[in-house]
Design a protein around this ligand. Structure first.
Ligand code: NAI
Ligand code: MG
Length: 324
């Protein structure tokens, strides 16, 4: 059966790296691709960063592959995560053989809460001097994330770490911490916990102390970018926004305006996101083939300038397709 994948390249290097992921997917499976607009460019043209037809397409398809949006990112990606009813953002951060990494022993998967926290959008300007933000934490979302984390580690018989700041945000992170630890206990999954600021130091000094890290929304955003720095940069990190029925796959990086249009963006983050998409759609073998091709190309080159190489995006695409 042919799976349909909604494709939204977006702005900046999204336009350069998403087509690489599409041609890689085309090589390993039977997929139909339907392309839609979102982001700064379509906003400038139509006044809408996320056209209704794009949102409808995402709501109507099992899987979406997204590049990045520029200044309109919050107007695009937050509603798109909502459109797939995503309750977790899965962000693996691993170092690759052959890639110069600050911490080559890093191999961590962040499971980030994806609907609430300080990204719930409740900000107010109360006076010329004062703005406020309301942080949202529910038992239901925290427990749903924890259930996913328990399923995620079950395969490897593993455990996970909860990163939070419940010593200060006693009510909100207190609720998050308690809900996650409760579910883990019910499920018999071993856990440990760490304060997120201490985690930021510990992960730099000894990344191999961490395997699966469950965290609130903002913490997951920031800490996974930090981990990107340990493994060789944002050009490598994929992500999956998983919902009950649908999912959206995207690199962790943005539109990279400093290199957009030069044809040198690293497509690995988006290609690895496509591998996660393959797996979500049940094409485990295709996913494995893509991962293997990425491993080999990163080890042997060609590599883009962010990894110290001189290759173009197209050189890396050709190498990936050759391996496949
Ligand atoms: P960024 O991720 O776009 O870039 C940060 C740095 O990493 C830049 O030096 C860039 O050249 C480099 N980089 C990122 N991806 C790369 C790749 N694939 N290959 C080589 N180098 C890469 O983050 P920045 O600069 O903070 O944001 C730029 C724009 O992107 C902003 O307008 C922001 O709103 C948007 N953004 C959108 C996101 C989304 O749509 N999900 C996520 C993050 C940022
Ligand atoms: Mg981010």
């Amino acid at each position: 059966m042919t799976d349909t994948i909604t494709v939204i390249p977006g702005d900046g290097i999204g336009q350069e790296v998403v087509p690489v992921a599409v041609s890689v997917l085309d090589e390993v499976g039977e997929f139909a691709f339907e392309e839609y607009d979102a982001g700064d460019a379509v906003q400038a043209e139509t006044g809408e960063a996320l056209p209704a037809e794009t949102r409808r397409a995402v709501e109507g398809s099992d899987a979406t592959l997204f590049g990045a949006a520029g200044e309109t990112a919050a107007d695009v990606i937050l509603p798109l995560r909502a459109a797939v009813e995503s309750f977790v953002n899965v962000r693996p951060a691993r170092a690759y053989p052959g890639v110069d990494a600050l911490r080559p022993e890093t191999d961590i998967v962040f499971l980030r809460e994806n609907t609430e926290g300080v990204y719930a959008g409740h900000e107010n300007r109360l006076s010329d001097d004062l703005s406020t933000l309301t942080r949202v934490v529910t038992d239901s979302a925290s427990r749903r994330l924890a259930e996913f984390a328990c399923d995620y580690v079950a395969d490897g018989g593993g455990e996970f770490t909860v990163a939070h700041k419940a010593n200060v945000m006693r009510e909100t992170d207190g609720r998050f911490r308690e809900a996650v630890l409760d579910v883990a206990e019910e499920r018999g999954v071993p856990t440990d916990e760490v304060l997120m600021d201490a985690f930021a130091t510990q992960v730099c000094l000894s990344p191999s102390a961490f395997d699966i890290v469950v965290c609130p929304n903002l913490a997951g955003d920031v800490l996974s970018d930090l981990a990107a720095g340990l493994v060789g940069g944002l050009g490598l990190l994929p992500s999956a926004n998983i919902g009950e029925e649908r999912a959206l796959f995207e690199p962790v990086h943005g539109t990279a305006p400093d290199i957009a249009g030069e044809g040198v963006a690293n497509p690995v983050a988006t290609v690895s996101s496509a591998a996660m998409c393959c797996e979500f759609l049940g094409h485990d073998e295709g996913a494995e083939r893509v991962r293997q091709a990425v491993l080999e190309v990163l080890a042997d080159g060609p590599r883009t300038p962010d990894l110290g190489g001189e290759a173009t995006t197209e050189d890396v695409e050709r190498a990936l397709l050759d391996r496949l």
